[in-house]
Design a protein around this ligand. Structure first.
Ligand code: COA
Length: 330
């Protein structure tokens, strides 16, 4: 379904990554992998890893606090907190309630969104709808994940992910700025290509699931690659068509960070020069829900994003979930 939202914009950003760094060279010493292969195939040099006692909400809380400060708001101004995560602190309650309590943002309603790597995009679209309908005024949207907690560190697919959180404050915009369009898609036929088999109601954790490592993620890398380079261009071309813009109007693309080769191929298909595609997976790898807001915060703090810029967001994740959005920065 097409959604056009003209009145929501981003008034502040923040991010937080844990201090601990795992370099490719370090992983070479622990698993059967190759530092050069990781960099050439994925664009990753290192990733941040949460401490044992750091939960997703700890990262999300810090990112949220920084976004609130960047927007010059008070904690009590926040009336909704949405946390996009697929590594929640617990099955119940929501991670958003943990974040609310850590922030002491008791004026806010709080809930989670689960769309894996597309989570932040989905969450921003929900926030924009609440702004458009005047239900909430200052919405804290956070993308946060700690995939290190669902990684089998003895397997070589441990190279793909890192931990991190990013946040944005979504508020009311003037008519000629802010989000111009969103396109979101889901396709449950892709559900087995990246999944955590155990720990939910379909397969509660027990000694057998633990023994078989079913509480760790499993991923079909080839299928992720082949799907991503099909669905990202589809979503991007559609959202451009919705706004009447062309790819030449795009100043920057702030995409999810699955692998540099997925982004290069996507840019080639849509005809966007790769210099306009922003990346930071060399430092952080794929932080799932965290990728887009961490990157957006970096670019915002470096004043690379300027008023009037047309910014394209795009993401693909397990489910499948995917989509794109366009904002006129202000
Ligand atoms: C992971 C990916 C790079 C693998 O490429 P591929 O060509 O499909 O993979 P293959 O299994 O055929 O392996 C190709 C080579 O890479 C090597 N390889 C695969 N995974 C490796 C790893 N973690 N470390 C080192 N080498 C690895 C294989 O051994 C093989 O080497 P060979 O050619 O000498 O036999 C690619 O599928 C990809 O980018 N997928 C997207 C994954 C992703 O983005 N996930 C995150 C979002 S959910």
């Amino acid at each position: 379904m097409q959604q056009i939202v003209r009145r929501a914009k981003i008034i502040g950003t923040g991010s937080y990554v844990p201090d601990q760094v795992y370099t490719n060279e370090y992983l070479e010493t622990t698993i059967n992998t190759n530092a050069k292969w990781i960099y050439n195939s994925l664009g990753i040099k290192e990733r941040r890893i949460a401490d044992k006692d750091q939960a997703t909400s700890d990262l999300a809380w810090q990112a949220g606090l920084r976004a609130i400060e960047n927007a010059n708001l008070h904690i009590n101004d926040i009336d909704l907190i949405i946390v996009a995560t697929s590594t929640p602190d617990r099955l119940a309650p929501s991670t958003a309630c943990f974040v609310q309590d850590k922030l002491k943002a008791y004026n806010a309603v709080a809930f989670d969104i689960a769309a894996v790597c597309s989570g932040f995009l989905y969450a921003m679209s929900v926030a924009s709808q609440y702004i458009a309908s005047d239900v909430y005024q200052n919405i804290l949207v956070i993308g946060a994940d700690t995939f290190s907690k669902i990684t089998d560190w003895n397997r070589r697919d441990a190279v793909f992910f890192g931990d991190g959180a990013g946040a944005a404050i979504v508020s009311q915009a003037n008519p000629n700025e802010g989000f111009l369009a969103y396109r979101l898609y889901s396709d449950g036929r892709g559900k087995e290509n990246f999944t955590v088999p155990a720990g939910g109601s379909a397969m509660p954790c027990d000694s057998t699931t633990l023994e078989n490592g079913l509480h760790y993620f499993k991923m079909n890398g080839k299928e992720v690659f082949n799907t991503a380079i099909k669905v990202l261009p589809k979503a991007i071309n559609q959202v451009l068509a919705d706004t009447g813009l062309t790819v030449n109007d795009v100043d920057f693309m702030i995409p999810h960070q699955p692998s540099v080769n997925i982004l290069k191929k996507t840019a080639e298909i849509i005809g966007l020069p790769f210099e306009k595609v922003m990346t930071n997976m060399d430092k952080y790898a794929n932080t799932s829900g965290g990728t887009i807001p961490i990157l957006m915060d970096e670019l915002n703090k470096k004043s690379i994003l300027k008023p009037g810029h047309i910014i394209l967001f795009a993401a693909v994740g397990s489910g499948w979930t995917y989509g794109a959005a366009i904002i006129k920065w202000s």
